[in-house]
Design a protein around this ligand. Structure first.
Ligand code: GLN
Length: 475
């Protein structure tokens, strides 16, 4: 058994009994990064002098961090040219908490620029490759974190999920990825994309490892007023016996790849065989979710991107004589034109448009109303079921370059994941099987607000019964 096959609990036992040293564990991953990451491109920065001497529940556990989460003294680019050389003077709350818990920071992972994308092809530092087939995308925006776990380049990884950025790459790379209930984890020190949707979460090979890390990073933080003291419930679900699983008809409609549908239907049958009660449900407003998300999200993006002006921080052309900058507006224009990527620019423009006088009511205010209706759909559904199951994405991982020229096609990949963020619910992707071409398919399980732990238990019963985690990509 390799180090990467152990759960955090098993690894902790071995470290405590000195059967393994923290240095051996870290070296195992560093060696693999050296060997495989040139091609995969999942890390943007690998830490030089690894700190392996921590104490606490995560002592000696090597963890990779999505590059939109700031780490004191360690370069944090957010996947953007404008922060290519940015060394933060402080750490995000989640980082401080993991530090206290003794974790080993392995490095910072590649992602779409400021988490904006579905395939990791919007990174200023090149795309991440899917370890199951190198010609395919990893999924985005936390593609580096998903691949680092899938290829055994780290034990667990943190990502962020604004519209699916943890669940979707987890599904396409065959690992577990959870986005907790909005407010469970502090966003302080996370480069903001769309603040009412952003949430930090965890990637791991095993469900239990995500539970371990979440219990360290969760909780109220005075530096993030949307973080909550609400507990996530310790009611344990001992088996799938009697668990009510809702299957929304809208998640199996046109556009869903037949092979993906087959794998998910099989997975739902497995849950049934394990005792779950499967019910058809309806989420009628979900057909508006993508349109609603692509109004609210860019509106918030356009405000949040305002800080990247090349003055307070960020790369700047102020000194470049080529530009002969005359005034403040020119500084903004030149720096942003030079250092921001196409997709980020597109969203700033779309967002500014939907917020502008005359259009605000027609777009932004209306989208907020629809957001409310989407949430109400879920409120109704959760009166009848404990968990909602469906595909995490409509297709398996597509080929690199296949959708880069067509943003609308790209956005369609987010169709099943964005309703969850609009409603603030906890949700995860757990490996459900493979296509004929050996590409992983993820099962999307959505829980009720603050029932994250129940959701994890349900996913774990499925995981233990199906054992898809045992199959790994050959590198
Ligand atoms: N793919 C979605 C987008 O491009 C979600 C991104 C995310 O969750 N950070 O906006």
């Amino acid at each position: 058994m390799s180090i990467s096959d152990l759960t955090i609990k098993e690894l902790r036992d071995k470290l405590e009994s000195k059967a393994l040293s923290a240095k051996e564990v870290a070296d195992f991953y560093i060696d693999r990064i050296t060997k495989y990451d040139k091609e995969l491109n999942s890390f943007l920065t690998v830490v030089d002098n690894l700190k392996v001497s921590g104490k606490g529940p995560l002592a000696g556990i090597p963890i990779a961090i999505k590059d939109v989460i700031v780490t004191k003294g360690i370069r944090s680019t957010g996947g953007s040219k404008i922060l290519e050389n940015y060394i933060p003077p402080y750490s995000a709350t989640v980082i401080k908490k993991m530090d206290k818990a003794g974790y080993t920071l392995l490095g910072k992972t590649n992602c779409d620029e400021f988490a904006q994308g579905s395939s990791n092809e919007n990174s200023a530092f090149g795309p991440v490759k899917n370890p199951w087939e190198m010609s395919r995308v990893a999924g985005g925006s936390s593609g580096g974190s998903a691949v680092a776990v899938a290829a055994d380049l780290c034990h667990v990884a943190l990502g962020t999920d604004t519209g699916g950025s943890i669940r979707m790459p987890a599904g396409w790379c065959g690992v577990v990825g959870i986005k907790p209930t909005y407010g469970r984890v502090s966003r302080y020190g996370v480069m903001a994309m769309a603040s009412s949707l952003d949430q930090v979460g965890v990637f791991a090979r095993r469900v239990d490892d995500t539970r371990e890390v979440l219990s360290v990073i969760e909780g109220k933080d005075s530096l993030d007023c949307t973080s909550s003291t609400r507990a996530t419930g310790d009611m344990r679900v001992d088996s799938l016996e009697g668990v009510r699983v809702g299957v929304p008809e809208e998640y199996f409609a046109e556009g869903l790849d037949l092979e993906v549908e087959g794998v998910i239907r099989d997975g739902i049958n497995t849950m049934k065989e394990l005792g779950a009660e499967v019910k058809e449900i309806s989420l009628p407003y979900s057909k508006y979710a993508l349109a609603t998300y692509y109004i609210i999200m860019p509106a918030e993006v356009s405000s949040n991107m305002g800080r990247y002006d090349g003055i307070r921080y960020g790369e700047s052309e102020i000194q470049n004589s080529k530009f002969k900058i005359q005034n403040l507006e020119e500084i903004y224009k030149i720096n942003r034109s030079e250092f921001l990527g196409e997709e980020v620019k597109r969203r700033i423009m779309l967002g500014t448009y939907v917020l502008s006088a005359g259009y605000y009511d027609q777009y932004y205010a209306r989208a907020q109303k629809v957001r409310r209706l989407i949430r109400q759909d879920f409120e109704k559904a959760f009166k009848q079921v404990d968990v909602i199951a469906g595909p995490v994405a409509p297709t398996p991982a597509f080929r690199l370059g296949e959708k880069t020229d067509d943003p609308l096609q790209m956005y369609l990949s987010d169709i099943y994941t964005v309703p969850v963020n609009l409603a603030g619910l906890p949700a995860l992707s757990v490996p459900a099987g493979f296509t004929k071409d050996n590409l992983p398919v993820g099962m999307h399980l959505i829980g009720k607000w603050w029932e994250d732990n129940k959701l994890l238990d349900i996913a774990e019963h499925f995981e233990i019964a199906t054992e898809h985690y045992k199959k790994k990509p050959t590198l």
